[in-house]
Design a protein around this ligand. Structure first.
Ligand code: AHR
Length: 662
């Protein structure tokens, strides 16, 4: 049978159209290296929200260890003859308790601490109990008994770790003893009995696991710090967030109060204890035990550039419309000086005032600080007019330090449009953008940075997460859309220099905000799918952008691109080509990669593909099932310089090939 010629050509044409519609051929130009991808590109943002520091990363197990909460005995039970005093050895934490004999051999005096949602300890591990103590009167020594106690379902108490401690001096001294639990328990209490007729004074009652991150005594929870290190973050922003600003200026994060001997760091109110009335945590305070020294040290130990943020003299603007709540522009000197002193604390010679303090705390070498953020989510003219004196002073004293300004709490809109030009006028180095947005926003922002002004400040996507509409909690689809959005960050690495998901941590029993990247209880931690998205980008970052296009256009999820997002990079250290593709659609997509610009004798070998996928879009990893959705790696081979493959629905995939010459 003979087909008419014009019918044949129509058939041929429609086959071509169908094929090109189906194959999603992505062309990767390998010859010309694009922008350098900054080492800081994928990082971490830490804030003490959701019990992220006290009760979380900071490994202290005793709550209100210095009896300085406004209700001095909050977190403690007392029994027998216990009195509170306020002339203790630490000027900024003057309170302590006195345990006196109840006057009868069968009676008891003591105190009991509830910890943070209980005290979690593990069988076979060592826990360092320490206390500052003295005898209030001269004479014989006294003795206390220290126990970890579990209460069973019948209400019976069982001490499963116990030690005696003799207090033998009228002078305040630090005593310590190791507790060795013979069982694992998530919700024990710490009980301290007076085990003598002689009274004792107790202050700064503390219990730490001996096995902290890197073994530091005033240390961090090892599993949580390890999760941070395992990201291989390029930058570490701290200490917040709104925490930086405070509900009022008095409660802003004051870095100077967070350094020096830990016993004398004063208590600060944590604004997240009352921010959301439906998630009210009246016992949420900041001990400052995890202070700026510890933040700098952690940054160094996880290989990230430290990025401290300081108050610009504006208390939280969400909570303070009255301008009297803020520091008048002409009176910012102390705040500006705090920023300068912070740079000296991090980088100064050991003979400078603040450099010496750093050295005295154990780190004579500088921390090599390169960035500083001034203000968090600030807005309105009140922000630039306060930022200006900081910029002038820092530029003058430390011209090499890069300054980060804010574009306000929103990803677009009036405040954002006002602040960006202001940040350009003030010539800050980077502008911090925040976006907690729904699915539709993430799907529409693949090309967000494509048309940004290349001559002004760089972008720091300092806080972002997909907050699903009606699903404001961790789930696979939210993480997938974050991955899709991140391909746009990567394609624009010439202007986007840093990005940090937020918030980082949440205690399953004490959260105020979700989704979050890492969840934990008193014994376990779980890495969410969002965590693995961040990790896949950070581990497969590449040193330079490669141009990737489909029908000559970047793959941004735009119409006609079948819900696909993609970016490509080159890694100089090991000659690797990295292609990241996100299929946000509910259909399997045939995808082809055409690597252009390779020589005939260039071979692509060692191919692998790492995929993150789930059929259940609402699912995420949990404490019970921490590995429900984790990246899966397979070996792939490529035919010459062309790969034909298939990408399942709702999948984030990273393809890698090593380039060698035959
Ligand atoms: O990440 C939680 C909060 O979100 C931060 O404290 C603040 O900067 C933003 O509003």
């Amino acid at each position: 049978m003979k087909l008419h010629k014009s019918l044949l050509s129509v058939l041929a044409f429609s086959m071509v159209v169908n094929l090109s519609a189906q194959t999603n051929e992505m062309v990767i130009q390998t010859k010309k290296l694009g922008a350098e991808i900054q080492p800081t590109m994928y990082g971490l943002f830490f804030e003490d929200i959701n019990y992220g520091a006290d009760g979380g990363l900071y490994a202290e197990l005793v709550k209100n260890r210095s009896f300085e909460f406004p209700q001095n005995l909050m977190g403690w039970k007392t029994f027998g003859k216990v009195t509170l005093h306020d002339d203790g050895p630490f000027e900024r934490n003057p309170h302590y308790v006195r345990l006196a004999s109840p006057g009868h051999a069968h009676k008891r005096t003591g105190i009991e601490n509830e910890g943070y949602f209980g005290i979690g300890v593990k069988q076979g591990e060592d826990y360092r109990f320490s206390v500052w103590a003295r005898l209030p009167e001269s004479g014989a020594a006294s003795k206390i008994r220290v126990e970890l106690v579990k209460t069973n379902s019948n209400g019976e108490h069982h001490a499963f770790a116990a030690q005696d401690l003799v207090i033998d001096s009228e002078e305040w001294k630090k005593y310590q003893v190791i507790l060795k639990p013979n069982m694992t328990e998530a919700k024990s209490v710490l009980r301290i009995f007076l085990d003598s007729q002689v009274a004792v004074d107790l202050e700064h009652v503390s219990l730490f696991p001996v096995d902290t991150w890197k073994g530091h005594e005033n240390g961090l929870r090892k599993d949580l710090a390890q999760a941070l290190a395992d990201i291989k973050p390029g930058v570490f922003r701290f200490p917040g967030g709104c925490i930086v600003e405070g509900t009022d200026l008095e409660t802003r994060y004051d870095w100077k109060k967070s350094v020096g001997p830990v016993e004398n760091r004063p208590l600060n109110e944590n604004r997240w204890h009352y921010t959301f009335p439906h998630r009210f945590y009246p016992d949420y305070f900041q001990s400052y035990g995890l202070g700026f020294y510890e933040f700098f040290l952690l940054s160094e130990e996880i290989g990230a550039e430290p990025l401290p943020v300081v108050s610009c003299g504006l208390a939280c603007q969400f909570q303070n419309e009255d301008m009297h709540a803020h520091v008048p522009v002409g009176e910012l000197n102390n705040y500006v000086q705090d920023a300068l002193d912070l740079i000296e604390f991090a980088n100064g010679d050991v003979n400078t005032k603040w450099g010496k303090l750093r050295a005295d705390m154990g780190h004579p070498a500088p921390f090599n600080l390169k960035f500083i953020g001034i203000g968090n989510e600030q807005w309105g003219p009140e922000y630039p007019e306060r930022l200006e004196p900081f910029v002038k002073a820092i530029r003058k004293a430390y011209p090499d330090i890069q300054i980060i300004g804010s574009s306000g709490p929103n990803s677009e809109g009036e405040q954002f449009d006002y602040l960006w030009p202001e940040m350009k006028r003030l010539k800050v180095d980077l502008v911090d953008e925040h976006f907690y947005r729904p699915e539709s926003w993430f799907l529409s922002q693949g090309a967000r940075y494509d048309n940004y002004d290349r001559k002004g400040p760089k972008v720091f996507a300092g806080e972002y997460a997909c907050h699903g509409r009606g699903k404001k909690w961790n789930h696979f689809n939210a993480a997938l859309l974050e991955a899709a959005f991140m391909t746009g960050l990567e394609r624009n690495a010439d202007i986007v220099h840093m990005a940090t998901y937020a918030p980082l941590f949440a205690h399953v029993e004490g959260w105020q905000w979700r989704p979050d990247m890492i969840w934990f209880d008193n014994l376990n931690c779980v890495r969410t799918v969002s965590y693995y998205v961040q990790q896949l980008f950070a581990h497969n970052k590449g040193s330079n952008v490669l141009s990737l296009s489909m029908n000559k256009k970047p793959v941004t999820g735009a119409e006609g691109q079948n819900g696909l997002f993609a970016s490509a990079a080159w890694e100089n250290s090991d000659n690797t080509i990295i292609v990241k593709v996100v299929n946000t659609s509910d259909k399997s997509q045939p995808v082809a990669f055409k690597f252009e610009g390779l020589k005939k004798n260039d071979v692509l070998s060692g191919g692998k593909c790492i995929k993150l996928r789930s059929q259940d879009l609402d699912k995420d990893n949990t404490i019970e099932q921490p590995n429900a959705i984790i990246p899966q790696e397979t070996v792939i081979t490529i035919d010459g310089h062309y790969l034909n493959t298939e990408l399942e629905p709702h999948t984030f995939a990273v393809y890698k090939f090593t380039k060698n010459s035959r």
